[in-house]
Design a binder for this molecule. Sequence first.
Ligand code: CS2
Length: 494
Amino acid sequence: MIPRLTRLSDVTGLASIPSYDPAAHGLGIVHLGLGAFHRAHQAVMTDDALSRDGGDWRIVSVSLRSRDVAQALAPQNCLYTVIERDAGGMKGRIIASISTVIAADPDKTLKALCNPAVRIVTLTVTEKGYGIDRATGAPDSTNPVVSADIAAPDAPSGVLGLLVAALRRRRRDDIAPFAILCCDNLPSNGQFLRGGVLGFARAVDPDLAGWIEREVAFPSSMVDRITPASTDATLRDAETLTGCRDCAAIETETFLQWVIEDYFPHGRPAWEAGGALFVDDVEPYEQMKLRMLNGAHSMLAYAGFLSGHTFVRDVMTDRALAALVLRHLEAAADSLSPLSGVDFAHYARDLQDRFRNPTMAHRTRQIAMDGTVKMPQRIWSPAAEALEAGRDIGAFAFATAAWMRYCLGIDESGETFALCDPREDEIGAAVGPQPRDAVGISDALHGLPGLVPETLRDHSGWRQAVDDRLATMLEIGVTAAIAHERGRVVWVKN
Ligand code: CS2
């Protein structure tokens, strides 16, 4: 019987182990959102920082809702394997930066957030997890968790409620506040979270809001690492690499990027040891990543899933769709302001290589979820700017039409599927169960409150560009529509 991974000394395979003694390092961070991305990204960079510079920066990782990952990690002393895959094969590495896990336990979470040793709170709760209204930037009062937390701010369970309650207790007990580092794919993510936290604090304690405004740092950051969901193959490979059974193993690509505003009044780990880049202004990096990587991802996820491609790598072997990926990357790059030291054409080539990685089983379906909280920053912001500047909007209109076609929740063979979107019910009601024409579907989806920017919604040229493409998808099917769209691209650079 293969032993379960519980100590670094259990590891007998080729996987590398950290050079530090985990028990010799105290806590410094609470992380909210214990998904695979956190374990492939911040926990890895923190592990590098601990290896190189030491310090009390181990992490209490919190899963706000589900218990599965925490239950897998707890019996392993929170040790787990990261498998990095590329064409050269796979490499394993044990991560020891997580010290404790908390699963769906708001009281324990609040206690952890009040620990004076904690100087930073990092978050990966996904775009929809904040309970912030994207249109207004204020706490979303229609969100049941947010409204319950506003009504009972001493017993919160959501992100805003927990952060504000912890800050309130820390202030009362004369404990310095923590810095709050958002690591989700949202534009100006530090400012975004600051706005939500301040809005929540104003609703429950205006004086506290003033203190947060003055005392709490909300650095922005751009995070990047493609991390498919773990599968049985991940766990089998972890066993080969470690000689142990690891129920919390994850797999990812070799690429890893973190660009951070260096604004940590109470210190931070030496994340540069893992390659983090500290800059004064993260926004241009965020825009590049959101519009190029994530924008192309969303386009290829909708068009790819509907044309029968299970994985991103399959999309990249479809010549017509791969050409549309390149067109999308170029259109997104054209929407960006120059970024010193970064060549967008080079970045686009690297992205295509990453998408092609034959060892990454990254499902188009995984990327397709949560479209209503991804499309605005990935597709519609650059589309609105392109329209205003008189540039071609074809790439963005195609991505939008593919998302709309996906919103029908039925594939080309007539199989229905769940959208997995926070506005799924609204979308279902808007598009209706009956067959509709492209203009009707597009009207209904453009009309969802607070979703598509008015500049696009009310622009006949944009609407025509989207409606034409959606009509083609409905008439001839998505695969043929992709070939047709490829035919419209007169010139693809490179
Ligand atoms: C993807 C991202 O699921 C998605 O929407 O676009 O998770 C993407 O893989 C990461 O942002 C890469 O860093």
